[in-house]
Design a protein around this ligand. Sequence first.
Ligand code: BTN
Length: 304
Amino acid sequence: MSISGSNDDLELCRTWNLPLETKNGWARLVFDHDVLVPAWIESETPAISWDRLRVLGFFEIGSTNEEASLKARQGAPEGLLVYSESQTSGRGRKGRHWSSPAGTGLYFSLLLRPENSLNRWPLLTHVASVSLAQVLNELSAERWIPQPLAVDLKWPNDVLLSEKKTAGILLETVQQEQHAAAAVLGVGINVKSGSLSDELKETATSVSAEAGVSIARRRLLVRYLYHFQIGYELFKRGQYQRILDQWKAHSSMWDGVPVWLHDGDQRRLVVTCGLSDMGALKVRAPDGTEETVLAADVSVRHSR
Ligand code: BTN
């Protein structure tokens, strides 16, 4: 992509930290797999579930989920991707903040308009986490990656590398005229080592830190969108059991693993014993009673 003459365009490129090459009074955007440019993401992503992907990019925004919800209310079609280089109020589960510094991570939201029954929509988070696990395993198998990635899924929607959180998923529904009109699937991925504060480094990691090499963000995003659409096709066809089986195949903690269930300041020890048809976690308490957990924080109890 060439940027001609206009000082505004050049200023924009500098603000966005895009790599420019200047020659004979012309500036050219250097092609690089890390750079996030809407037109490049659109042209590199195969369209499987949508006629075409539409991409809206921001340098800084409050929250991409917020922006995608706004677009949904304005009638934007399925297949809109909103991303931002950084977020000032990135949202995590349970009202938590999602740290989103510029240039180091992927922060994006996909606008979906599923026709499946609403009670199945939570399974979209399973599709989303399985897709990322597939991408990371694929990446891990490539010869140029110095360190293999130990990918694991933690219920309900965390993607872990070497037992540390690397990505999170936040599914929100957009209500219109008393019914759910759209789903906004927000994904945050720590890609570069610099994406984490010292405090977060205790419990979180990044794809690049684990792979031992800098991973290009756009390449990761495009691959992710490919895998996600394949999973989304399964979802649209009602192949829920297949989605759950895929999730289980990528997770080490859904059966027979002692975990802490956190509820506010309280926590109690249970043992996992499966997933329900809706993707909720089944657990067994010490007295043998079983329950299905719809929303809670879970942490694996390590014996070390
Ligand atoms: C979690 O694990 O708590 C979910 C984190 C989801 C973060 C992403 S970043 C892009 C999108 N926009 C947001 O405001 N949140 C999600």
